[in-house]
Design a protein around this ligand. Structure first.
Ligand code: NAI
Ligand code: HPV
Length: 541
């Protein structure tokens, strides 16, 4: 049974799949204090949060069993994703579940701001009839600057165009082509500041975006600009905004999010042209069900070792890509295990080559699988697909990917080369149609080895009788040989034998084999035969 803890208010209806699943127990502790969460988190395999729970490094370090932190929403700025990655915990979110709700809230805020709706409602409901006081402005023919043209920014654009606004977009990923497709003008931040009548923010909160709306930016804005922030509080320097509002440079602000929620910078609410909502962008019945369904499905995928679609700290894989890649993932893990066992020590350089059909595939997950396979040999189960690259970096190691377009031979091919102080190991492998994964190259030898659990790798002199003697020793010791591959570079020179065995061999048998005349090296190699997307249990790094 996997225990999932929910610490914010998440839709019960959206969590139905988790409730109904025989492998999960779901517990709710909404509003749990940080120190209490730290005390109990060790008991849980999964954590579901919205934006209120701060999943800090401290809490993550106390989470001995946690495999997934699921954000029932978009922004993960309340989660220390780096700390989770280091510990091998997957962070997932629901990237599209609340897009429309956040978009509609942005439009609602822009219209409320332009027509003073909250202020007029307050006045009229107190029996006043102040028509002149609440005269507004139209959106029609006004310029809207959108900062962040991702999912929400794009949806806001479409709706703003229905109001016949001119839209300027600023986003490092906005191309001219996409801008023209959306019918907007690609702009710089300065152009947005100088030309916009309304500015709306739709970027994540990160180091680079913190206080992007600051005193300097506000000084460049058109006098009378109106600012809408339904993304993240920290994007706007609230003190600078307060000043610009007081000076009249900014004619109004509509804020759904704040720097220190639930606090609102003193002074803002005293201004008649500031309207606020308490972080309601995603708070609709529909969005809350969608985000909870998304994270429930993702949690089930993770614990059932299926493709993950929405991980923040793992490569994303579509179901289709996953189906095609799964045989390669097993083969990659086996290649890594072979390579590291043959190298016998930690590598100083790792090279991976992809060729043939693999050139068409997204190989990020395969690369991680190979790196994980290499590192697990020395670091054990602390390594998983989430932290493999991070741990590699921590070891001061790098890897190099080659994509060999001129490769001829197998229809698909992957090769791993490991290097350590002049020593080199090369393992080539391919998925052969109708036969499955095969090791097809072992250092300088062309081979055809089915990667099975127990292999015996023998280096010897190419002298008559060697194969027979090895067979007899194994037979005498009740060890059945499944397959045998031999290879040599030249007659009488060095040769190799690779045997697949039904069971591993004892030290005594190894010593007997090593004692044969002409024997150079005998090594047992152990391979996994089933791909495991996540190994469990996770242990503390
Ligand atoms: N108020 C609320 O309840 C909600 C708030 N949000 C927030 O809205 C924001 C946007 O969400 P989505 O559109 O779903 O995300 P998204 O990932 O689809 O779009 C974000 C866009 O910001 C762009 N960006 C990143 N750095 C930038 C920079 N320095 N300058 C300009 N653009 C930059 C990215 O390239 C991307 O296109 C997030 O912060 C999210 O947390 C989302 C849902 C509800
Ligand atoms: O999805 C987001 O980024 C949001 O800000 C929504 O937050 P919430 O789930 O309402 O706490």
């Amino acid at each position: 049974m996997f225990k999932i803890l929910v610490t914010d208010k998440v839709s019960e209806e959206g969590l139905k799949k988790l409730y109904a699943h025989k492998d999960f127990i779901v517990e709710h502790k909404p509003g749990i204090a940080p120190q209490d969460l730290k005390a109990v988190i060790g008991q849980y395999d999964g954590l579901i949060v919205r934006n209120q729970t701060k999943v800090t490094k401290d809490i993550i370090e106390a989470a001995g069993n946690l495999r997934v932190i699921a954000r029932a929403g978009v922004g993960v700025d309340n989660i220390d994703v780096d700390a989770a990655t280091r510990k091998g915990i997957i962070v997932v979110n629901s990237p599209g579940g609340n897009t429309i709700s956040a978009t509609e809230h942005t439009l609602a805020m822009m219209l409320s701001l332009s027509r003073n709706i909250p202020q007029a409602h307050r006045s009229a409901s107190r029996g006043k009839w102040e028509r002149e006081k609440f005269k507004g402005v139209e959106l029609f023919k006004k310029t809207l600057g959108i900062i962040g043209t991702g999912k929400i920014g794009t949806e806001v654009t479409k709706r703003a165009k229905a109001f016949e606004m001119t839209v300027l977009g600023y986003d490092p990923y906005l191309t001219e082509e996409r801008a023209s497709k959306l019918g907007i003008k690609k702009a710089t931040l300065d152009e947005i500041a100088a030309q916009s009548d309304f500015i709306t923010l739709h970027t994540p909160l990160m180091k680079e975006t913190r206080h992007m709306i600051d005193e300097t930016f506000l000084a460049k804005t058109k006098k009378g600009v109106r600012i809408i922030n339904c993304a993240r509080g920290g994007l706007v320097d609230e003190q600078a905004l307060l000043k610009a509002l007081k000076e009249g440079r900014v004619a109004g602000a509509a804020l759904d999010v704040f720097e220190k929620e639930p606090e609102i910078t003193p002074g803002l609410l005293e201004l008649p042209n500031v309207i606020v909502t308490p972080h309601l962008g995603a708070s609709t019945q529909e969005a809350q069900i969608r985000v909870a369904v998304d994270v429930s499905e993702e949690i089930i995928n993770i614990f059932e070792s299926q493709a993950i679609r929405n991980a923040i700290n793992m490569p994303q894989t579509s179901g289709e890509n996953w189906e095609r890649m799964e045989p390669y993932l097993l083969l990659g893990e086996q290649v890594a295990q072979l390579g590291i066992q043959l190298l016998r020590e930690a590598p100083e350089k790792i090279e991976i080559t992809y060729a043939g059909d693999l050139l068409e595939e997204d190989t990020k997950l395969l690369t991680r699988t190979i790196i994980k396979g290499i590192l697990s040999h020395h670091l054990g189960s602390t390594v998983n697909l989430v932290n493999a690259l991070h741990l590699l970096k921590e070891q001061g190691l790098t890897y190099n990917i080659q994509r060999n377009a001129s490769f001829k031979g197998f229809s698909n091919y992957l090769e791993l080369s490991l290097y350590k102080e002049g020593k080199q190991v090369n393992i080539g492998a391919s998925i052969i149609n109708g036969f499955g994964g095969r090791i097809v190259k072992l250092n300088d030898y062309r081979v055809d080895i089915r990667p099975e659990q127990h292999l015996l790798y023998i280096r010897h002199l190419d002298i008559p009788g060697m194969i027979g003697q090895v067979g007899s020793i194994l037979g005498d010791n009740d060890t059945n040989i499944g397959t045998m591959q031999v290879g040599r570079k030249e007659i009488g020179g060095e040769a190799i034998m690779v045997l697949t065995l039904d069971k591993t061999v004892s030290r005594k048998v190894l010593d007997q084999l090593r004692g044969l005349i002409g024997m150079k090296d005998v090594q047992i190699l152990e391979l996994t035969t089933g791909y495991t997307f996540q190994e469990e249990p996770f242990v503390e790094v």
